[in-house]
Design a protein around this ligand. Sequence first.
Ligand SMILES: CC(C)(COP(=O)(O)OP(=O)(O)OC[C@H]1O[C@@H](n2cnc3c(N)ncnc32)[C@H](O)[C@@H]1OP(=O)(O)O)[C@@H](O)C(=O)NCCC(=O)NCCS
Length: 234
Amino acid sequence: MNIELMRNNENRLCRGGTGTEYIDVYQSYITVLFNHMKSGGQGDTLSTVPITDNCGSVVGQLRPITRDFLVSVPGCARLIARWRNENPTLSAQAFTATEQGTISWLENQILARSDRLLFLILLNDGTAVGHIGYSNFDYARRMCEVDAVLRGEKSAPPGTMTFALHALIRWGLDTLKLNIIRLRVFADNTHAIEFYKRNGFVVKAENLPAGEGSEKAYTLMQLDIPSWRQGVYQ
Ligand SMILES: CC(C)(COP(=O)(O)OP(=O)(O)OC[C@H]1O[C@@H](n2cnc3c(N)ncnc32)[C@H](O)[C@@H]1OP(=O)(O)O)[C@@H](O)C(=O)NCCC(=O)NCCS
């Protein structure tokens, strides 16, 4: 993976600029970084993001789904399939997730896409308790969406999802250099909407059609970055 290209792009981004070339540099920066995150499966080559609680103690890691997930995280597709079946609120259409279908989803919808990255949420003892990620970049606006937020294990300590979301945001602002962080949530998912509000997101638009032949509507939310940076939500 071309780390040097990533560092060059990062330096050019820090110097600032405008126009198409600058957008291309940002796109290349994200593409190379995500590719790098997806490549290393074990040991020193694996890039993870620390999750801290509100006292600053490390309580876990965001562990990217890497290309070798079948070997480096055995059983993860089966686990994710179970989580998705137990949490139908995540999908526009009702469906039954299977291990094989989830392997295809991870390979074709996550790993193959240059603007999508999915993390497993791991506790300090290595237990996977959920997932969270980023998707759908608008490179010109340095904007993307928080994606696939799911607490898989109810037994994980209270606050785990809050801490994982803050770790993702912190990494998004510092490393991905995002200017806008958005998300779409189904309008009837009141628990999730309250969760996002509690963690610094505000409603931007409501009753937007979900598409994919679904009757559902979604709510568009956006992170209030100045308030988040002031630590109101951390
Ligand atoms: C939306 C979702 C991720 C929220 O997760 P969550 O488990 O409520 O989030 P947390 O782990 O942060 O919070 C769990 C509890 O701990 C509490 N908590 C939060 N921060 C805390 C902290 N620092 N210390 C102690 N408790 C805390 C919360 O208030 C919450 O309490 P409640 O159950 O009484 O509401 C989860 O409900 C989920 O996976 N839903 C199904 C999938 C889904 O709809 N995803 C959203 C798609 S857009």
